[in-house]
Design a protein around this ligand. Structure first.
Ligand code: ARE
Ligand code: CA
Length: 481
């Protein structure tokens, strides 16, 4: 997709999973922009499946969160709000300095139901509002555009034919190599770009394949900032060869899903759930087998992995926050903080009215996780922005669960994943003086906010500090007294 223009490269983003548009707008103005988040990822905005009855057996949630992954047409009437609310959200966020990245579901349409939030009727291979007809889909059969598995679904996730052309989870699979389908998908994405959207998280990109992704991307307009759209491809690791995340980095950036598991294991030593070993994080990124930093959207969890066991999640409490703080410091990828809603069963809906319309997010109810508002996270977002691309230096580990490092001579941070406090004396790379710990405070005049005691760095750059259990210390020169 290189037409000589730079591709939008997000800084730190927040993934506001299924927050409604008016709540995202409010967060951009009141929290995300002021905290230094440069972007926000939002849930799939297209009109989607609206279930009208429960399925069988264990199915107890009428409007599970995953309805939005079954698009019916590309108008923007969704569980998260109207087209007008979407447009207002994008412009409000941009005014707050927060770009908007959209989760784009373009591999498939639905796998169930017959009516949508926008009130459209459809059947499995017919979506009159787009319009798509049967000829626009891969179907079970033996022709060149057919799926040849016996069920018509993906039976083998390592078989490239099935992965590209058969149904994922029974979802009607678009014939994305067809120029007519490509132009309708590009028209949808260009409509979003017209609203001011800066790029996309491409859902199920592994099932579209590199050639079709490239053909769609080539038709995309430049963003309001004059850049090529960001293009972050969802490709679970584990597939061989052309199905691997690495093999998609020629088409765009990829989601850091293998990194999610490495982070989980470093902090929690899954599956044993021992205490983990942050010392392993001396090497993390391409050196530990992950995709290149400048091609990776990195995160501790997303909406899938918080439910499937691959990741730490809000349920891990302070350890989860610590992992996010560490990722923001690490310099790996474009880091993304996930803020969703609490759940007990994996299908649970976000807080919604009886019609499935998602209600305003309220951080006081315990129903929304609001990780992006946590003071330690906010402190490390500022630290992340301040250190920029400065290289990691002065790495220290106790060989167990405490690590510390600087980023050039701009910032220094320490992390303790253990259960007892640890006092360390280490080189920070920073000039001598007193600093506010950004996890708990900021510089304000000649002192630190919240009555936090300053941290002293001596004239040789050495600090002696105690890092609490599941705690961190972050110093940067913007918060030097
Ligand atoms: C729902 C029901 C299904 C039903 C279907 C159709 O749960 O029982 O068959 O509707 O009626 C989400 C939910 C699904 C939901 C779907 C549609 O997770 O439960 O199905 O929405 O509403 C593979 C893909 C990867 C995909 C995961 C889930 O490669 O792209 O499976 N992830 C994205 C999203 C999901 C979303 C979809 C795609 C669909 O992030 O949230 O599904 O839009 C190995 C393989 C991977 C495989 C992985 C599965 O690692 O290598 O390729 O990922 O296992 O864990
Ligand atoms: Ca496909």
């Amino acid at each position: 997709g290189d037409d000589g223009h730079r591709t939008d490269a997000p800084g730190v983003t927040a993934n506001m999973f299924e927050w409604n548009w008016s709540s995202v707008a409010r967060e951009c103005t009141n929290h995300l922009g002021p905290a230094g988040f440069r972007g926000v990822q939002v849930a799939p905005p297209a009109d989607s499946l609206k279930r009208t009855s429960l399925g069988n057996g264990s199915d107890t949630v009428l409007h599970p969160w995953w309805e939005v992954y079954q698009p019916v047409d590309y108008t923007l009437t969704s569980r998260m709000g109207t087209a007008a609310q979407f447009a207002a959200m994008v412009s409000t966020c941009r005014q707050a300095g927060v770009k908007v990245y959209v989760d784009a579901v373009i591999n498939h349409m639905t796998g169930q139901g017959n009516t949508s939030y926008g009130g459209q009727s459809y059947t499995h291979f017919s979506y009159p509002a787009v319009p798509y007809t049967a000829a626009d889909f891969h179907q079970k059969g033996t022709g060149p555009n057919d799926c040849s598995s016996s069920s018509g679904g993906i039976e083998d996730f390592n078989n490239v034919h099935q992965v590209f052309k058969c149904e994922l989870l029974g979802l009607a699979d678009l014939n994305t190599s067809d120029p007519g389908v490509q132009s309708r998908l590009a028209a949808y994405l260009n409509t979003l770009i017209g609203y001011g959207v800066s790029g996309f998280r491409v859902d199920a990109a592994k099932h579209i394949g590199q050639a079709d992704l490239d053909a769609i991307y080539r038709q995309l307009h430049r963003t309001k900032d004059g850049l090529r759209p960001y293009w972050a491809l969802e490709v679970f690791g584990g597939g061989p060869g052309i199905l691997s995340p690495q093999a998609f980095t020629t088409s765009g950036s990829v989601l850091g899903l293998d990194g999610v598991k490495q982070i989980r294991d470093a902090f929690k030593s899954y599956p044993d759930q021992h205490i983990g070993s942050l010392a392993t994080l001396q090497v993390f990124g391409s050196g530990s087998g992950l995709t290149p930093s400048d091609r990776t959207l990195s995160f501790v969890t997303n909406h899938d992995t918080e439910r499937n066991g691959d990741a730490l999640s809000y349920k891990d409490g302070s350890r989860y926050l610590l992992a996010n703080e560490w990722l923001l410091a690490s310099g790996y990828g474009s880091p993304q903080v996930f803020s969703g809603f609490t759940f007990s069963s994996p299908d649970d809906s976000p807080p919604s009215d009886a019609n499935g319309i998602i209600t305003d997010a309220d951080c006081g109810t315990g129903r929304w996780t609001c990780t992006h508002r946590n003071p330690g996270i906010v402190g490390m977002v500022g630290w992340h922005n301040y250190v920029g691309k400065a290289q990691r230096a002065n790495f220290y580990t106790d060989g167990d669960n405490v690590i510390a490092f600087s980023r050039g001579n701009r910032g220094w941070a320490a992390f303790n994943n253990g259960t007892s406090p640890k006092t360390i004396t280490v080189q920070t790379g920073l000039p001598g003086g007193d600093y506010c710990n950004v996890l708990a405070s900021q510089r304000s005049g000649s002192g630190c906010t919240n009555g936090a005691p300053p941290v002293h760095v001596d004239s040789h750059g050495l600090v002696t500090t105690t890092v609490g259990p599941s705690g961190a210390v972050g110093l940067d020169r913007a918060n030097k007294l």
